[in-house]
Design a protein around this ligand. Structure first.
Ligand SMILES: O=C(O)CCC(=O)C(=O)O
Length: 245
């Protein structure tokens, strides 16, 4: 579904948007089945929890998912994800393979995701999509977003550090619980973080990055970008510039 004018106003002011529709249940089941295989096989590249052990239950993140199985790409270009993105980014949308492109597995006991903002406001707009393979709740440490922080009316490093719950960002943030199959979009300049997983099960979500295609790019075959919607148009000024007759 496309965003209404009011939805766009909401997104532009807060920096985030909860897509009302869910991904189809059978696709979510397939994504979980593939993810089970990737975890039990401990297939690299992987980011581990700090426990120091190297067991499937210690996998914090599976990286480079788009080249692991076609189901991940199918979810990344599904209309439930792409339609709202084209409302925000315009018709020509690229999916990045060198930013995010991972699954946060967040096993039981998984540590915080510390406060950070992925991009600076002067960078080209980058929208993060979190696609939930499992329900995300307060108990299992759902993401917290600082609404409006993408506008950066203050100076602050992208990774401020410090104790998660004692940060002033914690008191300005909103927890965003999400259902299984849900999609959360946010401007990657928004400060965000996530709590410890205090539940007995994992909390899996795919993290994907999208940008509008830059119509001034001369090189159209960037190996780190997948055209997810539309086309790679070119609108550079010709030289010499055509003179009127
Ligand atoms: O939901 C989470 O655990 C944090 C998501 C996030 O910040 C990321 O995947 O980069």
């Amino acid at each position: 579904m496309s965003l209404s004018e009011e939805d766009l106003w909401y997104f532009n002011h807060t920096g985030y948007y909860l897509v009302p529709e869910l991904l189809p249940g059978d696709l979510v089941e397939r994504l979980n089945a593939v993810t089970d295989e990737q975890i039990s096989g401990m297939i690299e590249p992987v980011v581990w929890e700090k426990s120091g052990t190297r067991e499937p239950n210690d996998i914090r993140r599976l990286s480079k998912i788009l080249s692991r199985d076609r189901a991940y790409l199918e979810a990344a270009v599904h209309p439930v994800v792409l339609n709202p993105l084209t409302s925000i980014l315009g018709p020509n949308v690229e999916l990045l393979t060198n930013k995010h492109n991972h699954i946060m597995v967040r096993p039981p006991g998984s540590e915080h995701v510390y406060w950070h903002s992925g991009e600076e406001p002067f960078h080209p707009t980058l929208i993060t999509a979190l696609v939930y393979l499992e329900e995300s709740t307060l108990e299992n440490g759902c993401i917290r977003i600082v609404p409006g922080s993408h506008r950066r009316p203050f100076q602050r490093g992208r990774r401020p550090g410090g104790a998660f719950e004692e940060s002033d960002l914690f008191y300005k943030s909103l927890p965003v619980p999400m259902p299984r199959g849900g999609v959360l979009l946010f401007n990657d300049c928004c400060f965000h973080g996530a709590g410890v997983n205090g539940a007995g099960t994992s909390r899996r979500s795919m993290t994907l990055a999208y940008q509008a295609h830059d119509p001034h790019d001369v090189m159209k075959d960037d190996p780190e970008k997948i055209l997810a919607a539309g086309e790679r148009i070119y609108i550079g000024h010709p030289h010499p510039f055509p003179q009127p007759d």
